[in-house]
Ligand binder design. Structure first.
Ligand SMILES: NC(=O)C1=CN([C@@H]2O[C@H](COP(=O)(O)OP(=O)(O)OC[C@H]3O[C@@H](n4cnc5c(N)ncnc54)[C@H](O)[C@@H]3O)[C@@H](O)[C@H]2O)[C@@H](O)CC1
Ligand SMILES: [K+]
Length: 466
């Protein structure tokens, strides 16, 4: 099941709603601390623990954790450079009832628990706090972050400071954007979420789950299964790669509109001549334009013709450098196309759309989706799928071997196949399926694959979603 990804404001609203319906902050803190202590106990197995507590409710959670671990028999030391400044944290410290040091004297401890700051961190740490945090992390065998590593900005994953690496991060109530976004996410090797009974949380982002993909119906034929057209350009290799991936991702028929001479496999139908001719086939369910397109005048013409054809499009690569919101929003009455930018292309889309580059990757992908009126796959190690209505899905971490030339062409090919095969015409679902299949193909391909091998693994990835 998908998990919500919740901003600090959305968390606060959920907390207020829970309080309004009769749950106290102390009760929420108790559930958070008890749940986190359970995870830490599994990691520490009775070893000595040092808990670093901050002044806010994150620190309050730390005192609750310290008390629960002590009750279980662990030797626990608490370090708190700042006194509690919330009622709930003061109560939690009183319940701990044991000694608290203001600084760390390097006394024993194998497991370090960072409960210095959570979602309330608003600026960088002071040099003393920064030094204390790193000393503690370096001098213990394992480190655990409570809710978030101290030094991380909850809503966008930015690092206020250099942070240590953590073996375990216990997210409280829900995942936050920093758990899934760069640059924070790679510092958190394992993230576990504790349910603190917040009830219904209003959220606009969630994690990506394995999709369920249906096999073709028993009466299917090549056209009813989805006809995907890949529009080629100056560099035919990229579009061939995309076409190969589209075949593996379930399309019944893949055509390549290209005038470039070159060996095209027999099971891909090449349609040469005027692009209008290829696009005029009413049986086409979706088309891909961008991989290997080039950015010259011919590329612009091919893009304009594709947009004018009124077919759902996947727009990738070079096409993302030359497209404008006027083309997607106003030249077409409707648009359910998918844009697949990497970071540089996302910045181009922002620039061409007159948008500022600000906020989290979630905010940026949403803004581009809204401005262009399309679904956006903002790809990278922290891929986001965004809809113009603001809904976002965050992909789980994928194999880093996917960072290979041609990997994006494969993703675009998968996306056009999923868009062509989708029965209800839902571009957002097609985009989510494509992101999952791409990562799954990477897992199957193993280490150091070339993009062609990745494309060949898409079929096996699809099989795992049937
Ligand atoms: N939202 C919820 O429903 C719940 C939240 N809980 C915990 O509460 C945390 C949020 O608590 P708070 O809002 O109190 O925030 P934090 O505890 O994260 O930090 C806020 C405190 O730190 C200070 N501060 C912020 N940046 C600082 C800096 N750079 N240097 C020094 N001081 C700094 C603030 O002035 C304030 O005193 C969550 O991360 C979670 O751990 C849990 O107790 C359970 C329930
Ligand atoms: K923390």
């Amino acid at each position: 099941m998908a998990d919500p990804v919740v901003t600090a404001d959305e968390m606060r609203a959920a907390e207020e709603a829970a309080i309004a319906s009769g749950t106290s902050v102390e009760e929420l803190m108790h559930r958070a601390g008890e749940g986190a202590a359970e995870w830490i106990w599994r990691l520490c197995g009775g070893r000595a623990v040092t808990v670093l507590c901050g002044p806010g409710n994150n620190g309050g959670d730390g005192y609750v954790i310290a008390r629960h671990l002590r009750q279980r028999g662990a030797s626990v030391s608490v370090v708190a450079p700042l006194a509690p400044d919330t009622d709930a944290a003061r109560a939690a410290r009183a319940d701990w009832g044991d000694s608290v040091s203001e600084s760390w004297d390097e006394a024993g401890g194998e497991v370090f628990v960072d409960a210095l700051f959570g979602t309330g961190l608003s600026r960088g740490l002071s040099p003393e706090h920064q030094q204390l945090l790193h000393r503690l992390a370096n001098r213990h065998v394992n480190s655990v972050a409570i809710d978030l590593p101290s030094g991380v900005s909850s809503d966008d994953g930015a690092l206020f400071d250099d942070i240590p690496s953590y073996d375990l991060t216990v997210a409280l109530g829900a995942l936050k954007p920093a758990h899934v976004l760069l640059p924070a996410a790679p510092h958190l090797s394992m993230v576990r979420c504790v349910d603190i009974g917040l009830g219904d949380i209003h959220y606009r982002a969630e994690t990506l789950d394995r999709p369920q993909i249906a096999a073709p119906k028993s009466d299917a034929h090549k056209y009813s299964r989805g006809l995907a057209l890949v529009v080629g350009g100056a560099m035919p290799g990229a579009s061939l790669l995309a076409a190969r991936a589209a075949q593996g991702a379930g399309a019944g028929f893949v055509q390549l509109a290209s005038n470039e001479a070159g060996a095209v496999p027999h099971d891909i139908v090449q349609i040469d001549g005027e692009l209008e001719h290829a696009l005029s086939d009413e049986r086409i369910d979706a088309a891909l334009i961008g991989p290997g397109l080039g950015r010259d005048q011919d590329a612009s013409h091919r893009l304009q013709r594709s947009l004018a054809a009124g077919i759902p499009l996947v727009i990738d690569g070079d096409a993302l450098r030359i497209i404008t919101p006027a083309a997607t929003r106003f030249e077409r009455e409707w648009d359910d196309s998918i844009l697949t930018p990497h970071e540089g292309e996302l910045a181009s889309l922002e620039e061409n759309g007159g948008l500022e580059k600000r906020g989290s990757k979630l905010d940026r992908a949403r803004r581009v989706a809204d401005t262009y009126g399309t679904i956006v796959i903002a790809k990278g190690p922290d891929t986001i799928i965004a809809s113009p209505d603001g809904h976002c899905v965050c992909a789980p971490r994928s194999p880093s071997w996917l960072s290979v030339a041609g990997s994006g062409d494969v993703l675009a090919g998968i996306a056009v196949a999923r868009r062509a095969t989708s029965e209800d015409g839902d571009a957002f679902d097609a985009a989510c399926e494509a992101v999952w299949l791409h990562a799954e193909a990477g897992r199957i391909a193993g280490a150091s694959f070339a993009a062609g091998e990745l494309a060949n693994c898409v079929r096996a990835a699809l099989e795992r979603c049937l």
